[in-house]
Design a binder for this molecule. Structure first.
Ligand code: MF3
Ligand code: CO
Ligand code: CO
Length: 266
């Protein structure tokens, strides 16, 4: 039931390339003094230029085209005219588009000017956790291996993993089954990955406590201790030998197609 048909994979692959392009092209606009609303506007225009639809706009009432989450905002930040970026800020831009009826979803961290060493390590470790997860994905593994790989990486740090949000199947719908947990859960052992599954992995890593709260706008999620949070997200296809990163960007530190099958010595 989670397996995508060939024609669907082709479409989601195209959507993924567009999402990657938006994330690559927005970088040059991120400077002290720009508002998150302006960044939203630029992303919106880039999405329209690609003849695709911003999936966040109007999704369950979300008012903007992308989510922008600055510093202690964990996710679902609403771009705002009065929110002006300043030197030292870290932010996540989360882009989801629909092209030809199919979604792709990815996000990454951006730095404003010079950021603190602490924030730099936080962002690096968030990306590394995502990569650790992608490096275990292959047909035949239990779904909870993904969260296990993330937890194994974060255990080595003083950071914490947000438990309230998870990755998700994606396709015709924005959020499909299965849920992808970003921490180890022994009981989450009912699904075995198969070739043709498409889902996101999107760990949110906090500098301090993993506790979060939703603000009165009913969207913005913040850390309760006001310490920063970082997130990286990709849309992934499970392939015969591992996985393909459908939202792979040119700045990536791992290849687009991962071979995760260890060749046995003969
Ligand atoms: N892109 C987010 C995710 O990774 C979901 C954002 S929902 C929105 O699943 F409504 F806030 F846009
Ligand atoms: Co997303
Ligand atoms: Co997502």
């Amino acid at each position: 039931m989670y397996i995508k048909k060939k024609a669907e994979i082709t479409k989601i692959r195209k959507s993924g390339i567009i999402v990657a392009k938006i994330l690559e092209n927005i970088k040059k606009y991120i400077k002290p003094g720009i508002s998150t609303n302006k960044l939203n506007k630029i992303c919106h225009e880039l999405i329209i230029q690609e003849k695709s639809v911003p999936a966040c706009l109007g999704y369950k009432g979300f008012p903007k085209s992308v989510c922008i989450s600055v510093n202690d905002v964990v996710c679902h930040g609403i771009p705002n005219k009065t929110e002006i970026l300043k030197n030292g800020d870290i932010l996540n831009i989360d882009v989801t588009i629909i092209k030809d009826g199919y979604h792709a979803d990815a996000s990454k961290m951006f730095y404003v000017g010079y950021i603190s060493k602490e924030n730099n390590i936080l962002c690096q470790e968030a990306q590394k956790s995502l990569y650790c997860a992608l490096k275990v994905i292959k047909p035949g593994i239990l779904i909870n291996k993904i969260g296990y790989a993330i937890q194994k990486n974060i255990r080595k740090t003083s950071f914490s993993i947000v438990k309230n949000y998870c990755g998700h199947g994606i396709g015709k719908k924005f959020h499909e089954k299965p849920q992808i947990l970003h921490y180890y859960c022994k009981q989450d052992n009912q699904i075995i990955l198969k070739k043709g599954m498409i889902f996101t992995v999107e760990p949110m890593i906090n500098l301090g406590s993993d506790k979060v709260q939703i603000m009165s706008d009913n969207w913005t999620v913040k850390t309760i201790d006001k310490k920063p949070s970082a997130q990286y997200e990709h849309t992934i296809l499970v392939t015969k030998y591992g996985c393909e990163i459908l939202t792979h960007q040119s700045t990536e530190k791992i290849p687009k197609k991962l071979n995760n099958i260890i060749k046995e010595k003969t």
